[in-house]
Design a protein around this ligand. Sequence first.
Ligand code: NAD
Length: 263
Amino acid sequence: MKINLPQTVVLTGASSGLGRHLAGSLLEDGCAVIGVDVVPAPEELTAHPTFVPVSGSVDSEATWEAVTSALADLPDGSLGLASVAATLVQGSATEISVPEWRRAFDVNVVGPGLAIKHLQPEMARREGGPMVFVGSVDATYGEEALVAYCASKGALRQVVRASALDFGRSGIRCTMVSPGPMTTEMFYKHLYSSPDPEALLATRVGRQPLGAITDPADVSRVVAFLLSEEARGISGVDLVVDGALTAGYEFRNIEMDAGSDRS
Ligand SMILES: NC(=O)c1ccc[n+]([C@@H]2O[C@H](COP(=O)([O-])OP(=O)(O)OC[C@H]3O[C@@H](n4cnc5c(N)ncnc54)[C@H](O)[C@@H]3O)[C@@H](O)[C@H]2O)c1
């Protein structure tokens, strides 16, 4: 099925992982993409004629001023936001510093808030549009040694819900997509911070009812759907894409039980 995407999508975190994947697929589907990131975009994106890179941090007003001026140079069509950028601050509350707490909230909460602040007027002028924010299952569940990340993703979900109410009457839909573990740089960074990454990976895979760590391509398709006209009845929701990881809490599986009598 062909879906109807906005003509232009502002996408944060476009240079890596999920954002890079999403940028590639939106460009392939004919969108112009304004890609915001602190690191340069890969050539596969910059070589595309409708990719516009903006270099800067999502928590800086100057970055969003650069985004709005890039928007002014593009045709005045429909507009969407995919807020994907985030930072992973690792550690418990006894381990992380005040600047680390602030970095987690600046990038993961204030950044998306500034995206809304700067894009809402443009979107309202164009009679609305979709804003999709990538959260995490850690918005709902705790994860060891990720206290600031979990707290920031929980706060982001409330930004999304409140904004769905604040801006719904101007036709703006705010939604969140919450992945479980995904095979991206962020996941491997967390994995390799463990003394035994292979054991951690085996545990993680063993807990996935669908049998694998989620592919970013599968999350990217869900974000694209929420950006599309076909999702125009959906706002204020948190859509979980985790391969059923958070459908339950019991991680005993068939392989563990091999040879035993489960009856
Ligand atoms: N990988 C996972 O297992 C996982 C699980 C749940 C949720 N998520 C979420 O998915 C989203 C994408 O993560 P990913 O796994 O692709 O990570 P990633 O590290 O591969 O990509 C994140 C991108 O965001 C950019 N970025 C970081 N700080 C920024 C800032 N201040 N301003 C602008 N850009 C910035 C990075 O440079 C990078 O290009 C994030 O919101 C993350 O929290 C990831």
